[in-house]
Design a protein around this ligand. Structure first.
Ligand code: C2E
Ligand code: CA
Ligand code: CA
Length: 588
């Protein structure tokens, strides 16, 4: 079975895969060398008296010099300089043919159009190559007709030129399909390794991060033996389809052979990649399960090192029982390590202020955000260790520690109305007795439930676990508030929102970012209407500019949070000891 086909849309926008910096350099050097040598040779064999001899020799030397420059530094030149080169080559041929049309055979000179036209078709996207072809045809038509060549003769040659260019372009782009695995539509090993090479080269130049996931289907050989190869093929196709739907933008899925897949995740940390791996494993269709190994790229790491690290992690996932994700060199792989970090006092809670937009921006409370101060490694962001904590079960110890810290800080807050928002993982809420534990903690620090807001993400929607709802109801009954975090970032079900026991909606930063002058914030306005009719309070996250704050205020948003009002800071240093003084209501 083959699904090879020419993807016109892709060919229109993108240069062929074969047009790498090194093939651009080699082909430009070769074609300039060829054109220059032919011109120089013609000048040499011309009879002494022929006047155009000098022109031809000059042009030949100029073109040869261009070829030498390409040979030396061509791999470092940006792609647009090659586009400029091809366009200039067409114009140069036209100029020589026009100037010398009385003394040289224009038809012979015009054969030089072939070289830039073929180069463009071979190396550029159709969007770039087709206008160049058109330019060459028009220029050639103009100089030959001006020289007295009849239209049928012009059309004959130009038809062949255009046909050849289209054929070369088609072949160059069709070669791209050779990088796609026909069964799953993922990239094949060659395509994947080329993408990986390009990404690592970019990272070496510009810095940044990237991670790799190696995945395979558990017991695939057995599945194949028992159910037949066709079933196995269908399973591989099903997995690839399901993964394409789950993968983040800009990630690349490749089939590395057999049932092994590789996912390349540019600009992704190890923790985020482990999270993606878990989502991919959850998406595997039917009864099948899969294992995943995750590795992160570090400066100077080669492609093969990165691939082998992901493989080592995959092997580890398989040898420790399959149906799991294992992370190469992951310090948090082991729950006990994270728990040891908590015991060693390496965790810190930072507080970010939450302000009341309609009441002079005074600080109504804070959100508690955890950080890991790893000795010798600096500050580790929660995005990097919460996913592993959730997977290894260390989230319970971490959540207990954060809650304890939040109760302690709530008791210390100088203003009695100020509350602390604490992020709680859906894993914690799945445990019976979570609310009781909160109650004990509050009692220990001598503070009340009304000082705490529990922030849960929309993933609680997907979880039909009645225990989660029970815990949330118990927390509200005690007097705490429940907030839905990152609202609008995922696929919210409005019907579920209506059913869930929540008091506050935290609107995701992506919606706040959409506020700009001349753009109607229709979704943000619709959320206000929805929140009012549900009787739920509203908070806008990631407010970074005064303009965003103004728009949100005008729309009727009650609460806001973001860098514009204050970043997360160590309690005591910035906020708790010296909170912003509430502004007199009468003044507003
Ligand atoms: P979140 O609950 O959505 O927290 C808000 C994140 O946005 C924080 O990142 C915060 O520093 C960042 N932020 C705040 N204002 C702005 C802004 O104006 N612009 C931008 N671009 N970002 C802003 P952080 O601290 O890295 O936390 C990331 C996530 O980690 C949190 O997202 C939360 O889901 C999780 N997390 C943090 N602390 C805990 C915790 O104690 N327990 C659990 N389970 N999860 C936590
Ligand atoms: Ca939050
Ligand atoms: Ca949030």
């Amino acid at each position: 079975m083959s699904t090879l086909r020419f993807d016109l849309d892709h060919a229109w926008r993108e240069a062929p895969a074969m047009a790498t910096p090194s093939t651009l350099r080699i082909s430009a050097t070769f074609l300039l060398g060829l054109a220059g040598s032919i011109a120089a040779l013609c000048a040499m064999v011309m009879p002494d008296a022929a006047e155009p001899r000098l022109t031809l020799a000059g042009v030949g030397l100029l073109v040869l010099a261009g070829g030498a420059v390409c040979a030396a530094v061509g791999h470092r030149l940006p792609r647009w300089s090659y586009e400029l080169l091809v366009t200039n080559a067409i114009l140069l041929v036209t100029l020589v043919a026009w100037v010398e049309r009385d003394r040289l055979d224009v038809l012979a000179v015009s054969s030089f159009y072939l070289l830039p036209v073929v180069a463009g078709a071979m190396q550029f996207s159709l969007r770039k190559a087709m206008p160049m072809l058109l330019l060459a045809l028009l220029c050639r038509g103009w100089v030959t007709i001006a020289d007295g060549v009849h239209l049928p003769e012009v059309l004959m040659v130009e038809g062949c030129l255009a046909g050849l260019a289209v054929l070369v372009a088609w072949m160059a782009h069709a070669a791209d399909v050779a990088e796609v695995d026909p069964l799953t539509g993922a990239l094949n090993r060659r395509g994947l390794e080329r993408r990986l090479e390009g990404t690592l080269r970019r990272l070496d130049r510009e810095g940044g991060q990237c991670a790799l996931i190696a995945m395979d289907i558990d017991n695939f050989k057995q599945v194949n033996d028992v159910n037949g190869h066709q079933y196995g093929d269908r399973l591989l196709m099903g997995c690839a389809n399901a993964w394409h739907a789950v993968l983040p933008e800009r990630s690349v899925l490749g089939r590395h052979g057999g049932d092994e897949f590789i996912v390349l995740l540019p600009d992704t940390s190890l923790g985020q990649a482990a999270d993606v791996a878990d989502r991919l494993r959850a998406a595997v269709p039917g009864e099948a399960t899969s294992s995943a190994g995750v590795a992160a790229w570090g400066r100077g790491d080669s492609q093969s090192l990165l691939l082998s690290r992901a493989d080592v992690a995959l092997y580890e996932a398989k040898s420790s029982g399959r149906d799991r994700t294992s992370v190469y060199g992951d310090p948090d792989r082991d729950a006990s390590e994270l728990e040891a970090a908590i015991a060693a006092g390496e965790m810190r809670v930072m507080l970010q202020p939450v302000v009341e937009l309609q009441r002079g921006d005074f600080v109504a409370g804070y959100e508690a955000l955890v950080r890991w101060h790893r000795p010798g490694r600096g500050i580790v962001s929660p995005d990097d260790f919460i996913p592993q904590a959730e997977r290894t079960g260390a989230i319970h110890a971490l959540g207990r520690w954060v809650l304890d810290e939040c109760c302690r800080l709530a008791a210390l807050l100088p203003e009695a109305y100020q509350v602390i928002g604490t992020n709680v993982s859906v894993h914690e809420l799945r445990r019976a007795g979570y609310a009781e534990h909160v109650s004990l903690c509050l009692e220990t620090w001598g503070t009340t439930a009304s000082r705490l807001v529990f922030e849960v993400t929309e993933s609680v929607f997907e979880d039909n676990d009645p225990q989660i709802i029970q815990n949330l109801c118990d927390l509200r009954e005690m007097g705490s508030l429940v907030a839905i975090d990152d609202f609008g970032a995922g696929y919210s079900s409005l019907r579920r929102i209506e059913q869930l026991p929540i008091d506050l909606i935290k609107v995701d930063g992506t919606l706040t970012r959409s506020i700009r002058e001349g753009h109607d914030p229709a979704i943000l306005r619709a959320i206000v209407t929805m929140a009012r009719s549900l009787g739920v309070r509203l908070l806008a996250e990631h407010v970074e500019t005064e303009y965003q704050a103004q728009v949100l205020r005008a729309l009727g948003y009650e609460l806001a949070q973001g860098y514009f009002f204050g970043r997360a800071a160590v309690p005591g240093e910035a906020y708790v000891v010296a909170p912003r003084v509430p502004v007199d209501d009468a003044a507003h």
